[in-house]
Design a protein. Structure first.
Length: 271
């Protein structure tokens, strides 16, 4: 089942079943583990049943998948904090102050976030939308901020004095409000419901971190203006979004893109 098909089928499930299916999504991917395959088959059948409006059957199949997953706990797919991250090693020795850029990209029901740092670190991550996600302008804003969280969560402790560039003035205002102590301020429509994948919602975690780090700088950069770091982050976020519906080897493409824009960035800084 392709990612776009999975996301479409999720919208056919009522809210409680939707959340349960999302928690089991990792099992719907191709794997060599026979137990994981059986769990994934049950999830896919549940979504097929929802397509034919057989909600009771979908619920029973998700019950089966959850029971199998519980027995298979030792092999349950785990979140990988390094997923989607990389580094262009040639820029590791730079002595200039660290500057990073983040961005988000959305088209239809698919999105991506990305970041790049002047020392060669980068990351990109695709994500789909479901019935529980915010909609409209809030969705774009929330994912601009999720891109910042994706950047800062790459570090055990974000480097002191790091400057983060964003092309979203609205996202920038939230970051400045959080630094000023308004950590409870959240974009309209952002759900604070408990997450299965993390102890806190991403923006709550980000707001608390930013409120404790007055040394971090957040600044605006005009989008699509030729700024090397912004263009790199934009390219990564678009690549992550496209990867949800297309099949291609994203790692070498991301590495080449980041290296090219960082070469431009360091050439500009040096002159």
């Amino acid at each position: 089942m392709r990612p776009d098909e999975f996301l479409h089928a999720l919208d056919l499930l009522p809210t409680p079943l939707h959340e349960r299916a999302v928690a089991l999504r990792a099992y719907a991917r191709v794997t060599r583990c026979e137990d994981c395959q059986r769990i994934g088959d049950a999830v896919r059948l549940a979504l097929t049943a929802a397509h034919y409006d057989e909600i009771a059957s979908a619920r029973q199949l998700l019950d089966t998948a959850e029971q199998q997953a519980a027995r298979h706990e030792v092999h349950r797919p785990q979140s990988n904090p390094e997923r989607g991250r990389g580094r262009v090693g040639r820029w590791a020795g730079t002595s200039a102050p660290l500057v990073a850029a983040t961005d988000a990209s959305w088209k239809g029901r698919a999105g991506g976030i990305g970041y790049v740092v002047s020392d060669g670190h980068y990351g990109l991550l695709g994500r789909g939308t479901g019935r529980l996600d915010p909609t409209g302008p809030s969705r774009v804003l929330i994912n601009e901020l999720r891109a910042v969280d994706f950047l800062l969560s790459a570090y055990d402790e974000a480097p002191a004095g790091l400057t983060v560039l964003l092309d979203s003035l609205v996202a920038l205002r939230y970051l400045h409000r959080w630094q000023a102590g308004e950590a409870d301020a959240m974009p309209a429509g952002y759900s604070l419901r408990p997450r299965r994948s993390a102890a806190q919602p991403a923006l709550v975690r980000l707001a608390e971190l930013v409120s404790r780090r007055p040394d971090l700088s957040f600044a605006h950069v005009k989008g699509h203006s030729g700024h090397a770091l912004n263009e790199a982050a934009d390219g990564l976020s678009r690549m992550a979004r496209r990867r949800l519906g297309e099949s291609f080897d994203v790692r070498p493409r991301a590495l080449s893109l980041v290296d090219a824009f960082l070469r431009d960035w360091h050439t500009t800084v040096a002159t």
